[in-house]
Design a protein. Sequence first.
Length: 443
Amino acid sequence: MPGSTGSGDTRHRAIFLIAALALAAAVGVALGALSPALAALMGALLVALLFSLPKAPASRSLPEVTAASMPALPVRGDVQAAAVVAALPEPALLLSAAGEIITANERFALAIGPTRVGDPLSFVVRVPEVLDAVRAAAEDGLPRRVEFAERIPLDRWLEAHVVPLRLEAQSGIHSGIRSGGRRAADAPDAVLLTFRDLTQQRRVEQMRADFVANASHELRTPLASLSGFIETLQGPARNDTPARERFLVIMAAQARRMSRLIDDLLSLSRIELNAHVRPQTKVDLAGILAHVCDTLSPLARDRGVTLEQVKDAVPLEVLGDRDELIRLFENLVENALKYGAPGKRIEVRLFRENGTAVVSIRDFGPGIPPEHLPRLTERFYRVDVAASRDQGGTGLGLAIVKHIVARHRGRLGIDSVLGQGATFSVRLDALPGPEKNNDQTIA
């Protein structure tokens, strides 16, 4: 520090002078020129003077502070910078020119992950393109934009904006850096990194492409049938009443098929659009399953199938979207009624297992061949195309189930043994509640 050397020299000179006076007093007493009382008084005054002197610095060889030893970032406790970053509407964090975190807003913690002041950016963002863009911006002072995709835990597309900042000099920090020549004259003092979520935009684009491809493929057959029957009714069968009645029945069935297909495509598109947003509403699975079983009980009676519901005596709550969960379990129970009807019984069970809510739908029909199990949730995949169309299926039911389960961060399991039926199970994170399992059966 400036002035430290001069203060130390003054102290040393004063101590030397006091020692000389003490020596002179001792000589005076020895020669009889001074009385012992007067010498003691002088000694007390000299000791008091010694303790009143300023303390010497701990070391006379303190290292010289240069621009290279001064911090390369703005003051980390800068309340104004933290307030500005916190007010930004998108995930953002402020970095030093060296790539260390100065401050981050709450949206960044929710969208990317928690941060700690002073950590390198690579601790929270592990995208090489973003890290390279930050380093380059810190060197040349030019803004950059990077688009990247994340595949874990869900597919997500993000856009990173890297903006170098030049701040006003504070306490000589920045001027010291510039004069020291550690960075180029146009290099920034800090870097602002913001993220924009492109997931919804990309999903809309993908949804449009998938809809065109799927609709053109699946709608071609019923449209061709309708066109053929219309031409027949306009031509040879114009006055054929029995043929007209038969054709109208087929045309109505094909129109209903197209309507179901369009409804399923739109439902699937809506679910995919929000797949990255986890529902945060408390719902009771027992109530949802009771509603689903009540709704499908007429179909079960028509097919001569007994629909049994086994559930915990206490409510079992999860975070979810009620309408989507109803659609999920309706699809699974309806599939069991359509393809497991020969077993004459379907069992719907709800129970808690190690903090997880488990819903299983089991039929006792012919089962599913093992080679088909891995592909059941693919769009338009059918084990038996003809049987599926005869049952009114669109080939999208299990695809919808898979996407609803994924949005709720759950797990879908499919087990089947030929001749013994199939079991579809859905596992969701349960909210805290009683662990005791008291099953009740409702036919």
